[in-house]
Design a protein around this ligand. Structure first.
Ligand SMILES: [Zn+2]
Length: 218
């Protein structure tokens, strides 16, 4: 069962479409896994639509414009046509993995392998500076202990990982700020969506070597 969810502020901002692109993507992946958050988003959208439509026209002259706008909105197709130009699966190290719908049409860089950790950056035009990637921890992989100078979001897609605070399964929305240091590891292997807004900062081991590695992970 999914234990970690975006908070209400994040879900409301997602419904209002005011989040940076990489965070919008993160929330939409979670919503694919989580019917409870999907219902909350639908409720925020309904409230927003009500707020937009509740205002009575100021005077008679405004009415035609309002009616025109309303009929234009009602004419829009109910479900947007999503063109999926990529396969619903990807292959990593000879294994095939299912991909959430929201990720399928997003172009990616080739996999960059650093020991037991692989990363493929998603090519998003994100003005916020956030960097989104697919990460793959091979079975038995452990990321050296590190903190974050900014925000780190990790969302398992297939497989699980754990750190000092717990275990995370597909759909878990694991959002960390710069205050925690942790050591993620995966016994069986884990494909994740990862979003960072600053390079990872390693606190243990060979700092110079590892912090170059942190820049690579970002
Ligand atoms: Zn949720």
């Amino acid at each position: 069962m999914i234990n970690f969810h975006p908070d209400n502020a994040l879900l409301a901002a997602y419904a209002a479409d005011t989040l940076p692109l990489s965070m919008t993507l993160a929330v939409s992946i979670h919503v694919e896994f989580c019917p409870a958050c999907a219902r909350r988003v639908a409720e925020f959208e309904r409230q927003l639509a009500e707020t937009l439509l509740i205002g009575e026209p100021q005077n008679e002259a405004d009415e035609p414009v309002f009616d025109e706008m309303l009929s234009f909105i009602l004419q829009q197709p109910e479900t947007p046509i999503v063109q999926e130009i990529r396969e619903p699966t990807i292959e990593i190290q000879g294994q095939t993995f299912w991909l959430p719908r929201s990720l399928r049409h997003i172009a990616r860089q080739n996999w960059l392998q650093m020991g037991s950790i692989g990363r493929s950056r998603l090519l998003l035009e994100d003005q916020s500076g956030g960097r989104a990637s697919l990460m793959y921890l091979s079975a038995g992989a452990a990321v050296p202990k590190h903190t974050h100078r900014g925000l780190e979001l990790t969302l398992p897609i297939t497989g699980a990982f754990r750190d000092e605070q717990g275990e995370y399964i597909p759909g878990d929305f694991v959002l960390r700020d710069g205050k925690t240091d942790h050591q993620p590891q995966s016994a069986e292997g884990c494909l994740c969506f990862a979003l960072l807004d600053a390079p990872v900062h390693f606190t243990q081991g060979l700092p110079r070597l590892l912090n170059n590695f942190g820049e690579l992970l970002y």
